[in-house]
Design a protein around this ligand. Structure first.
Ligand SMILES: [Zn+2]
Length: 191
């Protein structure tokens, strides 16, 4: 699934979680950082693809670099697995409290927004032909529907037109049906 679709799916997932489980408090800083974290989370699993060239520049290309590359970089391995989710969860909860002053931002909300983005990425990739190595390092791949030929091809017309517009329609429906809830979250919690 391409980045644009991942961003949209992640936002739809975040908004869904927000209207059904509204936060008790939400400062403007937290809201903005949560939106950014959601985008970051939605792209993070594909860092294996994006960073390929960076890893090539590492010294010792034959040794350590190659081993690391094999672990992290062949597309859709660790970053597209349950182990990957767990590691990101651990890193995020360790890192965010160090980055942000808890008096101004609620790092838990930001962490959840990032993880929602991350998991929505895996869910979206799960409907593609390639499937997901959820149990990495085991090589079994999972997908929905289970029959591979029924799944979509990444970046092709079905994703671009049917999946993308489908998510837009879902988002609009959610906003229209829950606009009072959304308004209240914005009104009561900011300012
Ligand atoms: Zn992916």
């Amino acid at each position: 699934v391409v980045a644009k679709t991942h961003n949209l799916v992640a936002f739809a997932a975040l908004l869904t979680a927000t209207v059904y489980y509204p936060p008790d408090k939400l400062t403007l800083a937290t809201l903005i950082l949560a939106l950014v974290a959601n985008v970051v989370g939605s792209l993070l699993p594909d860092i294996d693809q994006a960073s390929n060239r960076l890893w090539d520049l590492l010294p010792g290309g034959d040794g350590l670099g190659k081993i690391l590359k094999n672990i992290f970089l062949s597309h859709r391995t660790l970053s597209h697995s349950i182990l990957g989710i767990y590691l990101v969860y651990k890193i995020v909860y360790w890192l965010l409290p160090k980055l942000f002053n808890p008096n101004f931002v609620d790092y838990q909300t930001i962490a959840i927004a990032l993880l929602i983005g991350y998991m929505s990425h895996l869910a979206a990739d799960g409907i593609t032909e390639e499937g997901l190595p959820l149990l990495f390092p085991l090589k079994i791949k999972f997908g929905f529907p289970p029959i591979k030929s029924w799944r979509i091809k990444t970046g092709k017309w079905f994703e671009k037109y049917v999946v993308f517009s489908g998510v837009i329609v879902y988002l609009l429906g959610l906003i229209l049906s829950k606009w009072m809830v959304i308004l209240n979250i914005l009104k009561m919690n900011i300012g």
